[in-house]
Design a protein around this ligand. Sequence first.
Ligand code: GLY
Ligand code: MN
Ligand code: MN
Length: 463
Amino acid sequence: MFFNKETYTSRRLELIKKTGSGIIILPGNGECARNFKANTYFFVQDSSFLYYTGINLPDLILVLNCETGESILFGNEASFDHKIWMGHQESLKDKAIKIGIISVLEVNKLFDYIKNYSVKSNIHYLPTYRSSTSILLSQLLDKSINEINAKISIDLINAVVSQREIKSALEIQELEKALDITREIHLKVMSITKAGKKESNLVGAIENTITTQGSYTAYPPIVTVQGQILHNFNYTNELKKGQLLLGDFGACSHSGYAGDITRTIPVSGKFTVKQKEIYQIVLDAQNKAVELLKPNVLFKDVHLASCMTIVDGLKNIGLMKGDTEEAVAAGAHALFFPHGLGHMIGLDVHDMESVGENYVGYDDEVSKSDQFGLKSLRLGKRLKQGFTVTIEPGMYFIPELINDWKSNNKKCAPFFNFDKIESYLDFGGIRIEDEYVITEKGSEILGKYIPKKISEIEQIMLD
Ligand code: GLY
Ligand code: MN
Ligand code: MN
């Protein structure tokens, strides 16, 4: 547990109040086998379970009874054998007391607890993302997996999202701790990047620094000279002079809050003129978005404003043409910027995405578009004070997409100068990503500043 008893108790009581009636089941995660049962992946707790308990151990289930107001933790105390293999463990009862829970029952008692609860239609649970959790719920509620998936509780999803989307001062501190480590690894990569190294050398340095701090990565690092491949987890390339290195990586705080920062740097330490032009447009798009951040603004509008900055920038250097607003309305910018401007961040790097993007990023007022580019925007709804978000515009030259649109996208064709665009087919990609908290009147950047202006990056790399 990372916060005090009162924090966890009041979070649970608020969830009970917001959900209103019935029983809430919040299963924690179990160990996940890698290639045989005893050889497991690194354990990551379910983030909603973690939010309401702070306990980072496998095989626990939190039950909240909205009728009695009671919190019950179902889990088995470590067996004698377990203690021999795994060392001394604080008892579950003692852990539970520290988070304000006095009822701790063995897991098999959960079956009786649910069986005795007569109003089966009033049992709330979140969508599942691991088959082991689906199987547990299926056995517990005596329903098929399809029925389990169909009966997720929208009331519970909305209640959880309404709590977790507003970060407290303590949570902001944790996000900043994650960013302290994340900043250190980005500065490290800027200082050691040079031609002749491999991407894997840099990943090694990142993981070494994170592990030395007793931390772990918030998601698999993207460290690539092929930044145009958006989810490139391949680290085999050797770095060559003239290339750009896109690094999207972050560490977690010890309490599990994620860091998510992207920087794009020149392998040689100096950007070419062509690279500078594109880099500055992406940085301008980020600055434009940050200027607009404040409560009550639609994040979708912030995204669209950054798209317009990108179109204006590309018109200035002759890659695009025509009316900027019309180009963005047609989705033409997505040839270069096919993803969303950002997402919420917290205990998950894409916070709460496991309950469904539409419940987290959209609402009755704003629904997700199906237009290419805009359909990848994870957050569209109005911002509130206490939201924490990433702002991560990018620009990519994806040969397959450019070739496809040249022949097939008649609607957007009037906005492009394909002759000029074709001279960028080996350019790669640029993304710049930082995290912000929405304040009463605007926003503040989270964590200490990580250099991102062209001159600042060149200075660090040449030192
Ligand atoms: N690193 C994942 C993201 O930026 O969304
Ligand atoms: Mn991100
Ligand atoms: Mn990222």
